[in-house]
Design a protein around this ligand. Structure first.
Ligand SMILES: *[C@@H]1O[C@H](CO)[C@@H](O)[C@H](O)[C@H]1NC(C)=O
Ligand SMILES: *[C@@H]1O[C@H](CO)[C@@H](O)[C@H](O)[C@H]1NC(C)=O
Ligand SMILES: *[C@@H]1O[C@H](CO)[C@@H](O)[C@H](O)[C@H]1NC(C)=O
Ligand SMILES: *[C@@H]1O[C@H](CO)[C@@H](O)[C@H](O)[C@H]1NC(C)=O
Ligand SMILES: *[C@@H]1O[C@H](CO)[C@@H](O)[C@H](O)[C@H]1NC(C)=O
Length: 244
């Protein structure tokens, strides 16, 4: 009796948790942004397309942004308005934050870390959940087929802030490096927005890395998020097989 009551309660809880309507707000630079403008083309749209239809997924990422310029140029206010709007509807709201590509050009990692910490705390104060994401790798290779990585210290800083602030962390940097090295330069470059642009993604790149992020966030919040499975694409990603 006690067991079955316990079971019913547990089942109801699981149902309630998995049915909690969830919204997503994406914050970051061009490697997250909607790829409809020049110098843009990130994983955001492919990620949004990996969610159950009707799931709000608001991509507020902006090309060229650092953690500082994102705030100073007013994009952060757009993100906050989107977060407030979703929280006000009673939705569980996850806000992903990924920076580094441009922060790297202007300051040491700690500057990004300080700004990221403030973002995490503001998002929490609004009743939403911050999720930190390490930078998508550039698809530049050394002659021995390894990724020529310059973003490591910014990825490490993101990991450090996630530990200090106790947030979920999606290690896109490590996963995207492993995948690009597995498929090799030619296949990796087929995901470029333009042939010589190793930073931004074309539509196929958005599909691949959007799925990678969707699978990472799904694993980080087991059985809680409305991610639509794509077993074949996930298999390709985890087994280092080029899809395109
Ligand atoms: C990307 O931009 C296009 C064109 O403005 C828009 O129709 C689409 O909804 C945007 N997608 C996302 C996920 O924001
Ligand atoms: C962090 O934000 C400050 C302003 O609060 C700004 O001066 C600094 O350049 C920012 N750092 C980066 C890497 O954008
Ligand atoms: C963002 O909103 C705050 C509060 O409304 C305002 O003080 C600030 O000036 C805004 N920032 C920008 C860059 O518009
Ligand atoms: C997985 O990779 C294979 C081999 O390249 C390809 O034919 C297939 O279309 C890929 N599947 C998906 C869903 O991307
Ligand atoms: C995406 O992949 C499809 C199937 O391989 C291919 O036909 C298409 O040209 C690719 N798109 C781009 C922009 O490379």
């Amino acid at each position: 009796m006690g067991f079955s009551l316990g079971f019913v309660t547990f089942a109801a809880l699981v149902l309630a948790v998995s049915a909690a309507p969830t919204s997503f707000v994406l914050i970051g630079d061009s490697t997250t942004a909607n790829g409809t403008t020049p110098n843009s083309g990130g994983w955001g749209n492919g990620f949004c397309a990996s969610l159950a239809s009707g799931t709000p997924c608001i991509n507020t990422a902006h090309n060229g942004a650092t953690t500082g310029s994102f705030v100073a140029d007013g994009f952060w206010n757009i993100s906050l308005a989107a977060i407030r709007g979703e929280v006000a509807k009673g939705r569980r709201t996850l806000a992903t934050i990924q920076f580094g590509h441009n922060d790297q050009k202007i300051a040491p990692p700690e500057s990004m870390g300080t700004n990221m910490t403030a973002m995490v705390q503001t998002i929490r104060a609004l009743g939403a959940e911050p999720v930190l994401v390490t930078s998508l790798t550039r698809r530049s290779f050394t002659s021995d087929g390894k990724i020529s990585d310059a973003l490591g210290p910014w990825a490490d800083e993101t990991i450090l802030i996630s530990q200090q602030q106790n947030t979920h962390l999606l290690d896109l940097h490590a996963n995207s490096i492993a995948y690009c090295e597995a498929i090799g330069p030619d296949a990796a470059h087929r995901l470029n927005r333009l042939p010589d642009d190793n930073t931004h993604l074309n539509v196929n790149g958005t599909i691949v890395f959007g799925r990678m992020v969707a699978d990472l966030i799904k694993a980080s919040f087991p059985s809680q998020l409305p991610v639509i499975p794509n077993a074949q694409l996930s298999f390709n990603i985890t087994h280092g097989i080029a899809s395109f």
